[in-house]
Design a protein around this ligand. Structure first.
Ligand code: NAD
Ligand code: MG
Length: 398
């Protein structure tokens, strides 16, 4: 029986994780569930999964949850960052699903890493924000990182076992790998004329053609900054150089990513676009678990197509690739500016095409510094948020 904490339990990844966990009642016990503010959804999860702890974002919502659960279940309700850290590093936990969205996930995910847990990593922003520091912490503690993001999970599955055991420090060339190919659908605006992009609404941006996901990652998929964050994520997980990492658009999302080997072979991981597959892979690793996802029906699958990303349509992708090789200061800055910009777009303060402008502005305004400790990372994050807010105040639509 493995004991699991799910950070971000009410989100899209959190709910899919619980769906897979509930298919294997003898294999997992749920130690803690966390959420920011969704009291109703969290109350339902606590009644179903009866965790020892539930962690909420503030005292107010924690009190509301406590009243909703009173007399029905013995779950202890906590709140705040320290509680998130406690349930991530408790001795009673083996496995932590890191599925908080954005930078709020960094500290609890690092706490799980420092405590040497098996960390199922969905929260790509945590790795983008902290890069080498994150990997160094894992190497020091012996924590096992298993990638949940479908592309990284696909690549992980295609790599030989010895490479799988060296996440963060493998040398791809020693395993016969020429390069990694990250696939991306191109998002909902893939075929729109570029001059119509500035008219796109949050609702349209969140309407992803293949995947059902949280709002932030849906907008990131529309700008393809999601692929940019994934590019940076892959750089750290697989210790890639620039020539070892490529991006290709694959609209059908059937191939979830590929590995090109030096003998000309390409290994791809395929399947339905359903996050329960990579989640089940990480929960069961190295064994396979039933995930509830059916097979691929090759009798109806009539085409798999590919094309190169166009940076005029996806300027955010270009910014991310550039930031990746500029250094940690740049990826931390980009991540923070993007979080502010996406929120402003969702709230109607800026246009869809302004997201790239906000990110670019914040990068331009930031000087290159060595960012190898949490204090510097926090300063860069805060400074970038200020720059992004300044741009939005000056040029935003309302
Ligand atoms: P979501 O918006 O559906 O859920 C986010 C979760 O984080 C919720 O439980 C929410 O309560 C919690 N949360 C939000 N802000 C918080 C804060 N300040 N403090 C504490 N908790 C907070 O997001 P999602 O789509 O499930 O994505 C979660 C993470 O997984 C993201 O980093 C995303 O990039 C990554 N990811 C998601 C998918 C997907 O299919 N949804 C695929 C790959 C990777
Ligand atoms: Mg992904």
């Amino acid at each position: 029986m493995r004991s699991i904490t799910i950070l971000g339990a009410t989100g899209s990844i959190g709910q899919n994780t619980l769906d897979v966990v509930s298919r294997h009642p003898g294999d997992f016990s749920v130690y803690a569930l966390t959420a920011n503010s969704q009291v109703g959804a969290m109350a339902e999860l606590c009644l179903t999964y009866k965790p020892q702890f539930a962690v909420m974002g503030s005292k107010k919502v924690a009190d509301e949850l406590e009243s909703a659960l009173s007399g029905k279940v013995s779950t202890q309700v906590l709140y705040g960052e320290k509680a998130l850290i406690d349930v991530s590093q408790s001795n009673e936990v083996d496995t932590v699903m890191a599925a908080i969205v954005g930078s709020a996930g960094l500290k609890p995910t690092l706490a799980a890493i420092d405590a040497g847990k098996t960390v199922l990593l969905a929260n790509k922003e945590a790795l983008v924000m902290s890069g080498q520091l994150f990997i160094d912490h894992a190497n020091r503690s012996g924590a096992k990182i298993l990638p949940v993001d479908s592309e990284h999970n696909a690549i992980f599955q295609c790599l030989p076992k010895e490479a799988q055991e060296q996440v963060g420090s493998m040398q791809l060339s020693e395993h016969g790998v020429d390069y990694l190919l990250l696939t991306g659908s191109g998002g909902p605006f893939r075929d729109l004329p570029v001059h119509e992009l500035d008219k796109q609404t949050p609702k349209a941006a969140c309407n992803h053609p293949n995947w059902s996901m949280g709002q932030k990652i849906s907008v990131d998929s529309a700008t393809m900054l999601n692929k940019g964050l994934e590019y940076i994520e892959a750089r750290w997980l697989f210790n890639c150089s620039e020539s070892e990492l490529k991006v290709v658009i694959h609209p059908q999302s059937v191939i979830h990513s590929m590995v090109q080997f030096t003998d000309g072979s390409v290994l791809a991981q395929m399947g339905q676009p359903d996050m329960r597959t990579p989640i089940a892979h990480t929960l069961g690793y190295p064994e396979r678990l039933r995930s509830g996802v059916g097979g691929l029906d090759f009798s109806t699958l009539n085409e798999l197509t590919f094309k190169q990303p166009d940076y005029a349509r996806y300027p955010c992708l270009k910014l991310a690739i550039q930031a990746c090789w500029d250094g940690q200061w740049a990826t931390t800055t980009l991540n923070a500016a993007n979080e502010v910009a996406v929120q402003a777009f969702l709230e109607g303060h800026i246009l869809f095409t302004d997201i790239a402008k906000v990110c670019d502005y914040s990068l331009q305004k930031t000087e290159s510094v060595v960012a190898d400790n949490l204090d510097v990372l926090a300063q860069l994050d805060a400074q970038s948020r200020r720059q992004a807010s300044k741009w939005i105040k000056e040029y935003g639509v309302c």
